[in-house]
Design a binder for this molecule. Structure first.
Ligand SMILES: [Zn+2]
Length: 220
């Protein structure tokens, strides 16, 4: 049976309709959050590429929006990992995990690198801080086994043109895990939303697949 895992970055308002779809099909997911960036009210930026405003959720919305889903660490403030001193990186990682655990009252075991950047030293900090994996933005099929779980490459981004090829390839691998990721704000047209729902429905109705939790891949 293929275990399908997914995660979504940055804690933005489009996570609300995304989660509605995930709930409809019983899908599980992890959300990679920056506890320093969800403020008293929604604040965001204009995304030139997508021609839309992207808003981070207000902190008061977070518990309700992510109820029943897994929270993972994406650092406190989303710095570029290799452009800050290592000690500052450590602070971002350690404080991010602690703040999320305190706020959501759940163990925070997963991590995603802001901008996908990492090296051996930044990766080691994750392990020391208590994470069981660190997701990059590279692709690897099969995604498991992985040599260093602190540099864990997903199979692909959800918009990858080879998504379904990789999904089928993952079924043939010994570990039988398929891992995809994305940002809900990339769902910027009605067509993309419809395609995304069809994707989740297809996985949910595939008799050879089941949803799984990311940290459990490393703890069970
Ligand atoms: Zn991010």
């Amino acid at each position: 049976m293929l275990k399908v895992v997914q995660c979504w970055d940055d804690g933005v308002h489009d996570d609300i309709p995304l989660i509605e779809i995930l709930r409809k099909y019983g899908a599980r997911a992890s959300f990679n959050l920056n506890p320093g960036l969800n403020k008293d009210k929604r604040e965001g930026w204009y995304n030139q590429n997508l021609q839309k405003e992207v808003l981070r959720l207000a902190s008061s919305e977070l518990r309700e929006v992510y109820e029943g889903f897994t929270i993972a660490n994406h650092t406190v403030s989303h710095p570029k990992p290799l452009e800050i001193p290592l000690e500052q990186w450590r602070q971002e990682v350690v404080d991010g995990r602690k703040r999320l655990q305190d706020f959501f009252q759940q163990p925070v075991l997963g991590f995603a690198y802001p901008f996908g950047d990492f090296n051996d030293a930044t990766a080691e900090v994750l392990r020391e801080a208590g994470h069981v994996y660190g997701r990059t933005t590279k692709n690897a099929t099969p995604c498991l086994p992985v040599e260093n779980a602190m540099t864990f490459h997903a199979d692909c981004h959800f918009l990858n043109e080879h998504f379904w090829e990789r999904y089928e390839q993952a079924k043939q691998s010994p570990a039988q895990v398929f891992y995809f990721w994305g940002h809900s704000y990339e769902l910027h047209t009605p067509q993309r939303w419809a395609d995304f729902e069809a994707c989740i429905q297809k996985i949910a109705t595939d008799p050879e697949s089941e949803w799984a939790e990311l940290p459990a891949l490393f703890t069970e």
